[in-house]
Design a protein around this ligand. Structure first.
Ligand SMILES: *Cc1c(COP(=O)(O)O)cnc(C)c1O
Length: 390
């Protein structure tokens, strides 16, 4: 499979020869056994089989297998949401009282999970550092760490983490590198090939791609995944069949969507950068992006479909553009086929203090564009009209 192109991989990942091209949706959460012995053996784990939906179910397993194949991972567990994946992964790799070094450029809810739960409740020493400052990461790891946590492409400033360097740092610190690769998808980057131990996705975003599923995924070694699975079974944040089935359906067009969405993002970013009323356009596909070279080394086939741009006039200027679009939705989330615009300082990054906002590259006039699969010309015309009065 790995030798095939991205579209072939998206369409055929997890395919089982001799079975339906479209796998059936199997909703049953219980299995009928033909004998007490078989029932007992499956329950004891001495025989393979399905028993109860929270423990394992066929449709969920099939979708997870497809994601594992795309990531080049030994295993994958599907979770109820991206946050359930972050939670399960981190509680698995960081022991109570352990140390977690986390990128400042991290999704808001992940940061608050680490700071407000792992820190005070589980006694984890949470150290937040600028992921582009490798010396700072090294210092934060001094004396040993359990995990380094980062995102391949972070939102909204599109900071790209140098996974190869972080993987090496993690190994010398005896830590695991855990990578949220939601914005890169397994098509643009396969973090396990760059030193990551665990890869997470909010499958709600690009993997599903149609704004109609909430799901997450954790990929890694069979050993790590066994511990993740045990945690998920006990805490209940597992994936379920209907969403798994829809997710698998969405994933078949992942490459088609990524190709269009990444091309749209690059066209819009280049157009925005040439305007006088736009202060900056952090998009890793532009040579002006501080991690453009890292991105070019790490990403294959595109630079992602999320971009930010800063307009003059700060918060008021940003809100005027938000209110001026007619085609582009004022909506949160990203990764789907419908383009949406949002204002991070008042939405996704509201957990950060003013200083942290500036440090994380989220000034008040920054707008985030989650680029969809519409026609680039239509999106640009809509933005032109929204920017005109600003
Ligand atoms: C959306 C998102 C999450 C959380 O995923 P949910 O599916 O909303 O729980 C985590 N990380 C990143 C980068 C995201 O964009």
């Amino acid at each position: 499979m790995a030798e095939h192109g991205p579209s072939t991989r998206s369409i055929h990942a997890g395919a089982v020869p001799g079975e339906d091209v479209v796998p059936p949706l199997r909703r049953s959460v219980i299995t009928r056994f033909d004998s007490a012995e078989r029932f007992g053996a499956v329950m004891a784990g001495t025989e393979e089989g399905y028993l109860y939906g929270r423990i394992a179910s066929p449709t969920v397993r099939e979708t997870a297998a497809a994601i594992a194949e795309l990531e080049g991972a030994e295993g994958c567990e599907l979770t109820a949401s991206g946050m359930a994946a972050v939670h399960a992964a981190m509680v698995t790799v960081v022991p109570n009282g352990g140390r977690l070094v986390v990128a400042l450029q991290t999704y808001g809810n992940s940061i608050s999970l680490f700071r407000d739960f792992l820190g005070p409740r589980l006694g984890v020493d949470v150290r937040v550092v600028d992921v582009t400052d490798l010396a700072a990461v090294r210092t934060a790891c001094e004396g040993g760490a359990d995990a380094i946590y980062c995102e391949t492409i972070a939102n909204p400033g599109s900071t790209v983490a140098d996974l190869d360097a972080l993987g090496a740092l993690a190994r010398s610190a005896g830590a695991r590198l855990v990578v949220d690769s939601t914005l890169a998808t397994p098509l643009l980057c396969r973090p396990l090939e760059h030193g990551a131990h665990l890869v997470l996705h909010s499958a709600t975003k690009f993997l599903n791609g149609h704004h109609d599923v909430l799901a997450g995924a954790i990929c890694g070694t069979a050993d790590d995944l066994a511990r993740v699975r045990a945690f998920l079974i006990d805490t209940g944040g597992v994936g379920e069949p209907d969403t798994a089935w829809l997710l698998r359906r969405g994933m078949r067009t992942l490459a088609l969507r990524m190709e269009r969405q990444c091309a749209n993002a690059l066209a819009i970013a280049s157009w925005l950068e040439a305007r006088d009323d736009v202060v900056g356009v952090p998009y890793p596909g532009l040579p002006s992006h501080p991690q453009h070279e890292v991105a070019a080394r790490l990403l294959d086939g595109g630079f992602g479909a999320v971009l930010a741009f800063e307009v003059a006039g700060g918060r008021v200027g940003g809100e005027a553009v938000m209110n001026g679009t007619r085609l582009i939705d004022r909506s949160t989330s990203l990764g789907g086929i419908v383009t949406g615009i949002s204002h991070p300082a008042s939405t996704s990054h509201r957990q950060l203090t003013e200083d942290e906002l500036t440090a994380a590259g989220v000034p008040a006039g920054l707008l985030r564009l989650a680029v969809g699969a519409e026609d680039a010309g239509d999106l640009i015309a809509d933005l032109a009209a929204a920017l005109a009065p600003a």
